[in-house]
Design a protein around this ligand. Structure first.
Ligand code: FAD
Length: 431
């Protein structure tokens, strides 16, 4: 009899666990609450194709992801393109990709442009990030670049994501996140090159599901888990449709949700899971005849524009299914207490469009041919200073049950590369 492993959550992490376990001949039963797998990377119909619910780009040093797609014989589906960035400051767009762009970046004085350039050095030169775990990001960034550079460049980025909680983020997180993206810039003059998967993340998801099913793995959609209990010889997983017994268990859903599903886990451990805070995300996607932004990525200085940036994804991935249209995502990261969280999709879309018209004078809402709005309550964990010593381990107080949560990705930000890394590490060390 093969050992049966239950996996709660069919996002990218759950799928990677299913893949690695199947490869080791475990019998996998994966429970996903939605109608299809993929979680934040789930494909949805859009124009003549399917598109990831949230954009996904690949960086040059996403080594786990690149090795994984090769292992799945999908290496040929990874495409690379030069990408450029703009920064929208006080009503103007400034090119913001490379050091030459910095020379012309008027919102900073010449001296501060120089200081910003110097302040990027630790992202390349510093390799031991552990000392940054207890330092607040603003203190560290101001130490390197000064107050003005912080106020113009870093603070708007942090505030747009974390709002009033932005000072709680450790310098290590900013180091990890910025380093990943900066290392995708290379050559002289330095140019950014990012990758995407032809067909979107769906290409990988489809391959994983096929391989897992070929090992008799059960990938169960529309099966929200509502209760998990420890038995003497395994676990009982109750969904809205059935009750299953499994030998071992991996929960890949956000940690506070795991705490809700397993009320008989020890109280102090459940409290640790529940204390993890997550930002929500709402993200309109639009397809337009003509141009939306000027470049692939536009960062935004103005706090009155509520989204993090404009990501014109079709400039990275010109999917033939887009029918030549420009396709952009505008992610709003918000706390669930924010009124926007309960706003209708139409309201969110109209806010996004109003600001697009202000930012890009050539953009007209009448050019929009298709739009979607997605939202997820758990999109980004709040990583606070001192996180290193609070980070959850794979093991839970119940022998045979493990968890994987995005907060266990540190100092890098959550992403597909690290879903693969963590899933691979858990399966190779505990199964
Ligand atoms: C706006 C945005 C942009 C991003 N950009 C990038 C990028 O460019 N590159 C990159 O690598 N990453 C990016 N990411 C991050 C990436 O999408 C995530 O890191 C990854 O998809 C997380 O996968 P996961 O399986 O850990 O979590 P999730 O995708 O959240 O999966 C959890 C799954 O559990 C299911 N579930 C929840 N509760 C239950 C239950 N009770 N029973 C059964 N199932 C349940 C959910 O439906 C979901 O499918 C981005 C994310 C966002 C939001």
């Amino acid at each position: 009899m093969r050992t049966e492993v239950g996996i709660v959550g069919g996002g990218f992490t759950g799928l990677c666990c299913a893949y690695y376990l199947s490869r080791k001949n475990y019998h996998v039963v994966l429970f996903e609450k939605e109608a299809g797998p993929g979680g934040l990377a789930r494909p949805v119909p859009f124009l003549d194709t399917e598109i990831d619910r949230y954009y996904h780009f690949i960086c040059r040093f996403d080594s786990c992801l690149l090795a994984f797609v090769n292992e799945l014989e999908l290496g040929g589906a990874v495409k690379w393109r030069r990408t450029d960035m703009d920064y929208h400051v006080k009503g103007r767009l400034y090119p913001f990709t490379d050091p030459q762009d910095l020379l012309g970046f008027k919102p900073l004085s010449l001296w501060n442009r120089f200081r910003f350039g110097v302040s990027m050095l630790p992202f390349f030169l510093l390799s031991d990030w552990r000392s940054l775990d207890t330092i607040p990001n603003d203190a560290w960034l101001i130490r390197w670049g000064g107050q003005k550079v912080y106020d113009i460049i870093w603070k708007p980025l942090m505030v747009k994501k974390y709002h009033h909680r932005h000072r709680e983020i450790p310098a290590a997180w900013v180091w990890g996140r910025t380093r990943r993206r900066s290392r995708s810039r290379h050559g002289f003059p330095r140019r950014e090159v990012l990758g995407y998967i032809e067909g979107g993340t769906k290409t990988i998801i489809d391959r994983i599901t096929r391989l897992v099913r070929s090992h008799d793995g059960e990938l169960l959609d529309n099966q929200p888990v509502v209760d998990i209990r420890k038995l003497e010889d395994g676990f009982e997983i109750r969904t809205t449709n059935e009750v299953r017994r499994v030998d071992r268990l991996i929960s890949t859903i956000p940690a506070p949700l795991t705490a809700d599903l397993a009320p008989s886990l020890p109280e102090d451990y459940r409290r640790r899971l529940s204390e993890l805070e997550y930002l929500a995300v709402i993200c309109p996607i639009i397809a337009v005849d003509g141009q939306i932004a000027r470049n692939y990525w536009t960062n935004i200085y103005e706090t009155e524009i509520p989204y993090l940036g404009v990501i014109e994804f079709s400039r990275l991935n010109p999917d033939p299914g887009f029918q030549g249209k420009s396709v952009a995502y505008m992610p709003f990261y918000i706390w669930p207490e924010d009124d926007l969280w309960s706003a209708s999709d139409e309201t969110v879309l109209s806010i996004a469009i109003k600001h697009l018209e202000q930012m890009f004078p050539w953009f007209r809402s009448g050019q929009i041919r298709e739009s979607l709005v997605h939202r997820d309550r758990y999109s980004q964990p709040l990583i606070q200073t001192g996180h290193l010593h609070r980070m959850l381990p794979f093991e839970t107080p119940w022998e045979g049950m493990y968890i994987l949560d995005s907060s266990m990705i540190y100092p890098e930000d959550r992403g597909l590369n690290n879903c693969i890394r963590l899933a691979g590490k858990l399966v190779s060390s505990h199964f």
